[in-house]
Design a binder for this molecule. Structure first.
Ligand code: CA
Length: 218
């Protein structure tokens, strides 16, 4: 899952980035609104963490623009403890959730999971496909009730495919979910991970659409 963090407080921004990376997210951190605009033009994100008090372009202006451009990526806004009006304006502008500073990283990740789940039209916390049950909270996969050993990157690919059942996911879209800007990208990595997932969960789960990408049928 690829997350964009927009936060001008260096300690907080980098802290969130490191915390999310440790939990298997590919997290990019930018410090102002114009850098966020550039990031949004070049990458597709599964969620955006947006501080409202930003230099140059305010978080609210950025959010307005994101929604005006038809970008429906779930957004959680970060506001000051006493920022009731900010929170209201943010939610009315198209934010999906908010957190007041200071907050716990655990709460942020729980809210991210919930937002990503809702944006996929899912109300249950786990993703189910036939005998396979995927739990984003515990990063665990069960096949027919048996826990399957799966690496964090295999998990990310599996989750992206299952969240988008019935849709073809391109290799580059899957790659975007795996790596943040500073990560070293290995070649053929998506193919290798898909190969491992098939070995663990059955060859039929993921179909290759030649020249296009991969799909998990509904
Ligand atoms: Ca700020």
């Amino acid at each position: 899952m690829r997350i964009l963090i927009v936060e001008d407080d260096t300690l907080l921004g980098d802290g969130i980035r490191v915390g999310l990376s440790q939990q298997g997210y590919a997290a990019d951190w930018v410090e102002d609104g114009s850098m966020a605009q550039a990031a949004l033009l070049t990458n597709e994100y599964d969620a955006i963490i947006l501080d409202l008090g930003l230099p140059k372009i305010s978080g609210l202006e950025l959010l307005k623009e994101i929604r005006k451009n038809g970008n429906n990526t779930p957004v959680i806004i970060l506001t000051a403890q006493d920022g009731v009006e900010d929170r209201i304006a943010g939610l009315d502008t198209g934010a999906d959730d908010y957190l007041t500073k200071p907050f716990d990283l655990e709460e942020l990740t729980a809210r991210l999971r919930a937002m990503i789940r809702r944006s996929g039209g899912r109300s249950s916390p786990v993703i189910q496909h036939g005998d396979i049950v995927v739990d984003p909270a515990s990063h665990s996969v069960k096949n027919n009730g048996v826990v399957t050993d799966i690496s964090p990157r295999e998990f990310t690919i599996l989750q992206l495919l299952l969240e988008n059942q019935g849709l073809v996911m391109s290799r580059s879209r899957l790659e975007e979910g795996l790596y943040a800007w500073n990560d070293e990208v290995e070649s053929n990595t998506v193919e290798v991970h898909i190969h491992h997932i098939r070995k663990k969960l059955g060859a039929k789960l993921i179909r290759t659409i030649r020249g296009v990408g991969y799909i998990v049928d509904k």
